[in-house]
Design a protein around this ligand. Structure first.
Ligand SMILES: O=C(O)CCC(=O)C(=O)O
Ligand SMILES: [Fe+2]
Length: 284
């Protein structure tokens, strides 16, 4: 497996970003995109706890993609303030994922603004993600196929990225946006094709924003407890592709998990292995 560094830029014009990165589907990190946002200074653990500690939030652990009837359902709910204490205290798998805090705290949306380096923003679905030290997000790409701008706050988070052309080496489970490989402890015996994958590696620091092109695979590892804001962008193409994915997920994958449980997981793993072997056979 080969991991390359991602470029960091600052003060980039809209034209340069669109030509050099957006159109080429090339990831990049902006060091100054969030510089003027009130959020960058204001959103501390303490401030969030004081103002929003009472909200009941759904939390996930690392098991939430296990095949079966609990597939993709949250593990527990607790007051946001208690969760913030947990992630500040030390390692935990618990993550807050895909929870739209802005629905409950709309005033938070005035603490940031849509970047001016491009347009096509989905203004009504900014999302926040929280994780404690050691929490990880297994390798996947986003179901809605949007391009994503992720700004990280307070601490550092590791992100690995792979382009869609690497999918076969990554043991993608068919009908899903999920890969079978475990990047925190890669098993090259079980997944020999993974050795041939080429990706990117970045430690995203406080206030930095990663541009993740649509359909790009990502794995995240919370080096320390922290949180990120994601802003999403669509084009006509990504919107159509995302709608198809959503339908496939809710009809085929969720349905088969209900009906077949573990066996559905085995069937998907078998198909992923076949594709990886075929890709390996054509790789010198
Ligand atoms: O950082 C996280 O917890 C998940 C982020 C993610 O997968 C995303 O923004 O698409
Ligand atoms: Fe994601």
């Amino acid at each position: 497996m080969k991991l390359l560094p991602i470029e960091r830029v600052s003060g980039i014009s809209r034209r340069d970003f669109e030509e050099e990165y957006l159109k080429k589907n090339k990831p990049v990190v902006f060091t100054d995109l969030a510089q003027e946002w009130p959020a960058t200074e204001k959103w501390t653990f303490q401030w969030l706890k004081e103002n929003y500690g009472h909200l009941e939030v759904p939390l996930y652990d690392n098991e939430f993609r296990k095949p079966g009837k609990d597939y993709l359902t949250p593990k527990i709910k607790m007051p946001f303030g208690d969760y913030l204490d947990i992630i500040q205290e030390g390692p935990t798998e618990l993550r807050m994922f895909l929870y739209n805090i802005f629905k409950h705290a709309p005033e938070l949306t005035s603490d940031f603004s849509m970047p001016t380096v491009t347009d096509g923003w989905l203004k009504n679905i900014p999302m926040m993600f929280f994780g404690g030290q050691g929490a990880k997000v297994d390798l996947h790409y986003d179901l809605d196929c949007a391009s994503v701008f992720i700004t990280h706050f307070q601490t550092t988070k590791k992100v690995l990225l792979f382009g869609p052309d690497q999918s076969d080496y990554l043991y993608q489970h068919p009908f899903t946006v999920q890969s079978e490989v475990t990047l925190d402890a890669p098993d090259f015996k079980k997944h020999p094709a993974l050795e041939h994958a080429t990706g990117y590696d970045i430690d995203l620091a406080h206030g930095e924003t990663l541009f993740m092109p649509h359909l790009w695979w990502h794995y995240m590892y919370y080096t320390e407890g922290g949180f990120s804001l994601s802003l999403r962008r669509h084009s006509a193409y990504t919107f159509a592709r995302g709608s198809f994915n959503l339908a496939r997920h809710f009809v085929v994958d969720k349905g088969m998990n209900m009906v077949l449980g573990d066996r559905w997981g085995d069937i998907k793993a078998g198909m992923a292995k076949k594709r990886a072997s075929a890709a390996l056979a054509t790789t010198s």
